[in-house]
Design a protein around this ligand. Sequence first.
Ligand SMILES: Cc1cc2nc3c(=O)[nH]c(=O)nc-3n(C[C@H](O)[C@H](O)[C@H](O)COP(=O)(O)OP(=O)(O)OC[C@H]3O[C@@H](n4cnc5c(N)ncnc54)[C@H](O)[C@@H]3O)c2cc1C
Length: 406
Amino acid sequence: MRHDYDVIIIGGGMVGATLAVALAKLPLQIAVIEAFPFRSNNQPSYDARSVALNYGSKKVFKSLAVWSELEAAASPIKKIHVSSQGQFGVTRLNAQDEGLDALGYVIENRVLGNVLLKQIEQHDNVTLICPAQLTDLSFNEDQAQVRIVQQDKSIPLNAQLIVGADGENSKVRELLDINVHKKDYQQTAIVSNVTPGKPHDNIAYERFTPEGPIAILPMTENRCSLVFTVASQASASIMELDDKDFLNELEKRFGFRTGGFSKTSKRFCYPLSLMKIDKHFKQRAVIIGNAAHALHPIAGQGFNLGVRDVASLVEVIADALRQQSDIGSSDVLALYEKARKKDQNTVARITDGLAQVFSNTLFPLTKLRSRGLLLADVIPPIKHSMAQHAMGLAGRLPRITRGLPL
Ligand SMILES: Cc1cc2nc3c(=O)[nH]c(=O)nc-3n(C[C@H](O)[C@H](O)[C@H](O)COP(=O)(O)OP(=O)(O)OC[C@H]3O[C@@H](n4cnc5c(N)ncnc54)[C@H](O)[C@@H]3O)c2cc1C
């Protein structure tokens, strides 16, 4: 049976575009349907944020032959300094102790978007349909049909497999009627780029405060990417502060390890929630990235988890092609679900646990986190295990994460 495409990816955000680049290596015709032009100011994925790519994601991008371009625009994280406001415990993770050049790399989402777009444009077997939006989805035994709207025109397309990479409010997930479990953290992340008073020396800081964690990540030109988590009810008043008062508020909670802060860029805010799903696929459609899981950014894991979704899905599809199986069949998609369920649940549990323990003023918990940080700092296996998780190297790794061919 002939299809318009083998795979249609809904959502060309960070995860959907990474999947397109990975699938382009296989003998497949791929379409990416994206609602916003990549370089527009209101593109929701390639926005003012930066992302901390862990070592596992670096290995995936290396296998996809895009790492050299990303590396040129990324800042390595050489050390991570973890502390808790009002507590003695401090944990330091060091790339050298792990035998690595870096524990992770910080890259601006917009830059990542430009690199991925360039890659997509270089592949003849990937068609970018943008701006266009998915409006409907239906199935018969042999194929899936989507209906998209492009310039007020409703267009039908069909494929063997549909991938929903359309973010936390996924239309694909809604049309598939997949249940979600959501928890509102009542916290909001305020994001901006700040300039520290002294050189950042490629150190990333995570500071836990009762209102929420503060992450300071090293960027190029001695800038730092700030993720300042506050109680949602206080976020509007903090957003309204002028730059000087905003930086004072930041220094009050973060302290002066970086020599204070002299400058901030425009601020943006993101309400935070945990979102999990019951099922990863239905019929000939599978959901990945933030369409399948949304996390507290406390450990910078959301996109890295999405990259692992991509690495598993391309492996399952490559194997199915080799065995001449139907890439959209339930048997094939069930293999993907099996491969991803545990990792997604574990990371959701860890980040949720961290968000609870480290955003709490209850005395036993404050004691526990202080002791936890001290313990982690003095016992090498705990530190090593923490570093392995932070680097995305824990558990079974898909082939492209191990640098092997698909
Ligand atoms: C403050 C903050 C800091 C973070 N820091 C980190 C970090 O350091 N490390 C990390 O790993 N993760 C981090 N994350 C998480 C990371 O940003 C997300 O996991 C990632 O953006 C998810 O990418 P995605 O492509 O799955 O979804 P999205 O980025 O939401 O992209 C979805 C795409 O689908 C498109 N779309 C939506 N609906 C439709 C439709 N109907 N038709 C067509 N297209 C559609 C959208 O336009 C968009 O381009 C952070 C998140 C926050 C909020």
